[in-house]
Ligand binder design. Structure first.
Ligand code: FAS
Ligand code: PHB
Length: 390
């Protein structure tokens, strides 16, 4: 099999790039380790920054997002029993975010690939990139007993944090930066009316909580939990009771509870791998970087990688200009690290750290006090949350 761009990973990063390149006549093959049902069964991101939404529209996949997604012009921060609003629209100069689940946008991307007879191979086992430093790289995978070879010009590593691509870069070339937080997020999805029309990020001495949504009949809630907890430790009743303890009384009184239709614990980490290119391998999305979800930057950091790769591939194939490819890693990392900073800042400000000293706690309180006393601070938060320019 031969293609121009072989993409490892059928999550949002890989599918988005495949779709965008296809629309410009550039041939791709997507290799996905899991079944489509498995990929679509994962509940992850919920907030799309402006740039990601624009990419979905450019990929001719934005129709359902524009119909079913919700435009949000702000969000709330609860602390000390009070609720303060961050006016994203005012402080970002008129921008906003779209609340639309990653599961749904991944479904839309798969549907578009199918509509255009895109090649997405599921249950691809033992995927392995080869000869990345040569002009003729190739990728092999196993389908049952058969080993299949795909010759290509470029390999895109869009295979997430646990993928094979990043591990294909020699240890003496790759530099990894990691910060692991001493807690995780227990998330629940429930077919209930959201407690608030806008997201509520709650700072509480018992731990952080987040009230989010997927639609007006589908709510997404999170509470910070110790890393030693497991999902089995948390009945639905225990979850709702703890969430209510961490919300202002008037908000807790409005909370509509119900059976969880999904419940999972995600560890929180900050991670960046450099460089994001090795020969003709390009890393994109979670394969290269991970953020704690507090700033809703995870999926959105993948968006700028895909944007840069898409335009670099266009210039290469249409004009023979490889400048974008040569500059990709440096350009992508510059924006990745700004998303890392923002996610670290939101996480540090809003969570309860088990070993924090009194001075740290005073700094957290001061961070919040400064935020709501300074328009400059709110402009800084807003421009990061709606998404810095690509
Ligand atoms: P993904 O991990 O989504 O996709 C990679 C794909 O590659 C997967 O389908 C995987 O099966 C496949 N793959 C892996 N190894 C392979 C191999 N060897 N061969 C072939 N295929 C392989 N972000 C937010 O903005 N907000 C959130 O609330 C949020 N919550 C999250 C919760 C969890 C539990 C996790 C893990 C992430 C969360 N994220 C969140 C971040 C998440 O949305 C990612 O940023 C997003 O999935 C990135 O997309 P991809 O880069 O496509 O990586
Ligand atoms: C979500 O709805 O899953 C979500 C929203 C905002 C975040 C994190 C997660 O910061």
């Amino acid at each position: 099999m031969k293609t121009q761009v072989c993409i490892i990973g059928g999550g949002p990063s890989g599918l988005m790039l495949s779709q965008l390149l296809h629309l410009k006549g550039i041939d791709t093959v997507v290799l996905e380790r899991q079944s489509r049902e498995y990929v679509l069964g994962r509940i992850r991101a919920g907030v799309l920054e402006h740039g990601f939404a624009e990419l979905m529209r450019e990929a001719q996949c934005g129709e359902r997002m524009d119909k079913e997604g919700e435009i949000h012009d702000g969000f709330l921060i609860a602390h000390g029993g009070q609720v303060s609003r961050v006016d994203l629209h005012k402080y970002s100069g008129g921008s906003s975010v779209v609340v639309y689940g990653q599961t749904e946008l991944t479904r839309d991307l798969y549907a578009a690939r199918d509509r255009m007879n895109g090649v997405v191979i599921h249950n691809a086992e033992d995927v392995q990139p080869h000869d990345l430093k040569s002009a003729t790289p190739y990728v092999t995978y196993r389908s049952g007993d058969e080993v299949v070879r795909i010759d290509c010009d470029f390999v895109i590593g869009a295979d997430g944090f646990h993928g094979v691509s990043r591990k294909s870069i020699p240890r003496d070339v790759l530099k990894e930066y990691e910060k692991v937080y001493p807690f995780g997020w227990l998330g629940v999805l429930s077919r209930t009316k959201p407690v608030s029309p806008e997201l509520i990020y709650a700072k509480h001495e018992r731990g952080f909580a987040l009230c989010s949504l997927r639609s007006q009949v589908l709510s997404r809630y999170y509470i910070q939990v110790p890393l030693t907890d497991s999902v089995e430790d948390w009945s639905d009743d225990a979850f709702w009771a703890e969430l209510k303890r961490r919300l202002p009384a008037d908000v807790a009184a409005q909370l509509v509870t119900g059976a969880s239709i999904e419940k999972s614990i995600a560890p929180l980490r900050s991670f960046v791998a450099e460089p994001m290119r090795y020969g003709n391998l390009f890393l994109a999305g979670d394969a290269a970087h991970i953020v704690p979800p507090t700033g809703a930057r995870g999926l959105n950091s993948a968006a700028s990688d895909i944007y840069y790769l898409y335009h670099a591939m266009l210039a290469h194939y249409q004009n023979g200009d490889s400048t974008g490819l040569d500059q990709y890693s440096e350009k992508a990392l510059a924006r990745v690290w700004k998303a890392q900073r923002f996610s670290w800042w939101m996480t540090t400000m809003l969570h309860t750290f088990p070993d924090s000293i009194a001075y740290d706690q005073k700094l957290q309180e001061t961070d919040l006090a400064y935020l709501f006393s300074s328009e400059a601070a709110q402009r800084s938060l807003a421009e990061n949350y709606v998404g810095l320019p690509f």
